[in-house]
Design a protein around this ligand. Structure first.
Ligand SMILES: NC(=O)c1ccc[n+]([C@@H]2O[C@H](COP(=O)([O-])OP(=O)(O)OC[C@H]3O[C@@H](n4cnc5c(N)ncnc54)[C@H](O)[C@@H]3O)[C@@H](O)[C@H]2O)c1
Length: 328
């Protein structure tokens, strides 16, 4: 049995709890949350106990921790888990400050523990099928990537204030997709943005719509467009153009029923938001984490990937604030 503790019993914590108890040989022992009621409820649901962080880090039988608490807690929990020799699954981003994220990666390397970052899009069946076909050479050498990443609505402004800004909170996933799909490093990055959907987001010092362009060290190009409020729903697509053609990854819909009448042809909107769209990806990433632990294998999305995506998010923040191209 692998005893596991979950830190954070919010939106994503609940998803991870449900997935980790389904892994053969895994047992959820503790749930930790500053909201004791949330910890208790989730713990009871899965036959676990609610606990303080000290109980988790002092308990040598706990082999792994899953960190799904607020972003500003990640670095501290990673450091403590590494010091206690526990395997770590941590949500994105590693931290809001690049230097602190790098320090976490050093601590993890020094302790020699597994540390996986929750870039679940790499485990999505559609996206991973597309990546396998690029790797098989179907479109030749990839030359350009266009990412569309639009949310159905902005989170509450209180969340935005603690989020580190749109590049670290939202585009961090798109920067990871860029690194994974093009398998290349950024040479230059330009980001621009506006606050178009809610002035309260501007008052909080953030933007809600962005356009980012990246030129890679090998001269490939990437364009990322995002907005926090797409009136028609959650829009997650990308296309990769290569020397022999193009591959597109489209949205998922709740059903494929199509209605035809005298005025129009209509079909379901895309799945509502990330909890629905990436349900299979969250399950697959947790299965991968436990598989890696059981078989002592490296994880596919390591803390180094977390640090590299954060470096791009930090460059984008600088580019937007200072209105200039950033060299990496
Ligand atoms: N990979 C993804 O698709 C994805 C999706 C959503 C959120 N996230 C990430 O997951 C994290 C949580 O996001 P969420 O949407 O679940 O937020 P949330 O606010 O619903 O949940 C966060 C939980 O952490 C708890 N918490 C805060 N400080 C704590 C502490 N010191 N110790 C223990 N618990 C503490 C809060 O009480 C809350 O229950 C964020 O870092 C976010 O970036 C990732």
């Amino acid at each position: 049995m692998i005893d596991v503790a979950l830190l954070g019993a919010g939106r994503i914590g609940k998803i991870h709890a449900g997935n980790l108890v389904r892994q053969p040989g895994a047992r959820l022992k503790y749930v930790v949350d500053v909201d004791a009621g949330a910890a208790d409820t989730l713990a009871k649901q899965h036959g676990a106990a609610s606990a303080q962080p000290e109980a988790v880090f002092d308990d040598a039988t706990v082999r792994a921790v899953v960190i799904g608490s607020s972003t500003d807690t990640h670095a501290d929990f990673i450091m403590r888990a590494a010091a206690a020799n526990k395997a770590i699954f941590c949500e994105k981003p590693v931290d809001l400050a690049l230097e602190r994220a790098k320090a976490c990666a050093q601590a993890v390397a020094k302790a020699g523990v597994t540390c996986m970052i929750g870039f679940q899009r790499r485990y999505d069946p559609t996206f991973s099928a597309l990546k396998a076909r690029i790797d098989a050479g179907e479109i030749g050498d990839p030359e350009m990537l266009v990412v569309t990443s639009r949310d159905p609505g902005a989170p509450p402004v209180d969340y935005i204030k603690r989020s580190g800004g749109i590049f670290k909170d939202m585009l961090i996933h798109d920067f990871d997709i860029f690194r994974w799909i093009l398998d290349d490093d950024a040479a230059t990055l330009h980001a621009t943005g506006s606050c178009l959907t809610d002035p309260a987001i501007a008052d909080a010092g953030d933007i809600d719509a962005t356009a980012v362009t990246i030129r890679t060290k090998r001269g490939r190009l990437a364009l990322i467009n995002t907005i926090r409020r797409a009136a028609y729903g959650y829009d997650q697509r990308f296309e990769v153009i290569g020397s022999k053609g193009m591959l597109q990854a489209g949205n998922h819909r709740p059903s494929e029923v199509c209605a035809w009448n005298a005025q129009s042809v209509s079909i379901d909107k895309p799945e509502h938001f990330f909890l629905e769209r990436y349900r299979a990806a969250y399950a697959a990433e947790m299965a991968h984490f436990f598989d890696a632990l059981v078989h002592d294998m490296p994880v596919r999305t390591s803390i180094d990937d977390g640090v590299k995506a954060l470096a791009l998010a930090e460059a984008a923040t600088t580019s937007w604030r200072e209105k200039r191209i950033v060299e990496l």
